[in-house]
Ligand binder design. Sequence first.
Ligand SMILES: Cc1cc2nc3c(=O)[nH]c(=O)nc-3n(C[C@H](O)[C@H](O)[C@H](O)COP(=O)(O)OP(=O)(O)OC[C@H]3O[C@@H](n4cnc5c(N)ncnc54)[C@H](O)[C@@H]3O)c2cc1C
Length: 546
Amino acid sequence: MIQENIPVLIVGGGAAGLSASIFLSHHGIRSLLVERHSSTSIHPRGRGFNARVMELYRELGLEGAINEAGKDLQPAKGFLKGSTLAEAFANADKEPEPDSEQWARLMAIMAAQKEISPTSSSRGTQDLVEPILLAEASKRGGDVRFSTELLSFEQDETGVSARVRNRSDGTESQLRAQYMLGADGANSAVLRALSIPYRGSGILGHLLNILVEADLRSVVQGREFSQWLIERPEMKGVLLAINNRNIWTLHVPYDPQKGEKPEDFPPEHWEALLPSVLGLPRAEIKVKGILPWTASVRVAQSFQQGRIFLAGDAAHEVTPWGGLGANTGISDVHNLAWKLALVLKGVARPALLDTYNSERQPVGQAVVEFSHSQTGEDGLATRERFEPGAAMFMLSGFASQMLSGHGYKYASQAVVEEEGSDPENHELNGQPGTRVPHLWLTYQGERTSTVDLAATHFTLLTGPAGQDWHAAAEVVAARLQLDLKAYRLAPDGDLCDPEKLWPGRAGIEEDGALLVRPDGFVAWRAMRLPVKPQQELELVLKHLLG
Ligand SMILES: Cc1cc2nc3c(=O)[nH]c(=O)nc-3n(C[C@H](O)[C@H](O)[C@H](O)COP(=O)(O)OP(=O)(O)OC[C@H]3O[C@@H](n4cnc5c(N)ncnc54)[C@H](O)[C@@H]3O)c2cc1C
């Protein structure tokens, strides 16, 4: 039997696994990804990437490609309800326009969102985006093997041994990895083998995700919608726009308790029914595929056991309503990649890896709760989501922070928490554990954001009077053999901040600084220059690195 040695074995080639391969390569770590299917999925599934995930893809240079993949879906915004499409449009026409006060609130919320990130959410569907991720993973040297499945594994003190099978020719091989990532989706075999229990309400409903081809351009153009709740005596479902032209997905609940099975609803059933549902008797309908799925809300109690980590749906299952499944998985692996890299390079102790669970498990928990609140008893989106004013709710306060992917604050050994810090306050104002505040600056003649600066290294972002931090950072970087870059943000600084906005954004004095981790999160805030900046910085970094 062939035996291969690799630093990281990734199980699963969905959004989380492919992103993990890219992020690890970005940090200079070799990985092997095994995926049991022969290609990425044809099902659109996730239809959007939130602002936080787009920040991560921006760092990789993928922002443009993903926006391009999502451009057809971009205009799809409204939520409709009605028994036919014509009735749904008529109902939408009857809805009152927002009054001037509501408009003003909406505008203020949208302006505030623009302030927090150098980018914004994108509408790409997973069937189009995963091939982009696959190409990028391969381009960066990630070893991605399709038609290869994990059969079994066991871990010991120095690594993980795994047996995999090539499904094309049936050959089996033995792998030895220092760490393994279970990104093997809902029903994760990795999680089951580790016997990690779940928390959460579990299954809320059983649904069919029906991929439909129907040219609706003549009725939809100029009236693009995101979701249409269909309520009829013979069926209830939600139709989702995929490209606003001829591809749609229909989500329909079925009830196993009544003896219903997916096979009871073959493609012909929907091809016969949909013309009348659409109110277009002559419409040509082709069902391209049916994916049965369970609407579940549950989170693993731990995302780590020894040298094995869980990410994506393997760690937390949510429903599509709220659009957080793929997004949360991608953010999981971004959090893990830099930690694995520093440990594998011998710069940090393995204890740093424990912070993956302490930081991401609570996020998984919060996402599961949010998703549950958006889901009705049958597993479809709640009816309230289709009521007038629902969009306003989604844009406001907590919901908006959750949806943009910024609605949490880490508390762990890899963050120096401030005294009296309120765990419920997630404001991106420089507080440790939150994503670094966004501020546009000029760097070497180019417009850049503070968010763009965190990449594969620690970054010290000082105020305009922060000259003394530079020498301190240089010495500490050399002593700890750590990649640490220091920038002074000032009208005449390394990064030009003409109006000296940085201290206000970061909550520091002019000689203070933020220490930002390679994942863009604030690790430590020094309000002012300490008496001994070098010693203090070194102490903090040693603490963070475990
Ligand atoms: C109908 C629907 C709509 C959705 N809409 C949204 C949305 O709008 N926004 C959003 O963010 N999310 C959405 N989601 C959720 C999103 O699709 C998932 O959260 C996301 O795909 C999870 O990614 P993942 O990589 O963790 O898992 P998956 O995409 O499930 O990938 C796991 C992979 O692991 C492979 N695998 C499993 N076992 C093995 C093994 N033993 N060996 C090798 N490979 C293995 C599987 O074949 C699979 O390809 C939706 C999901 C569904 C079903």
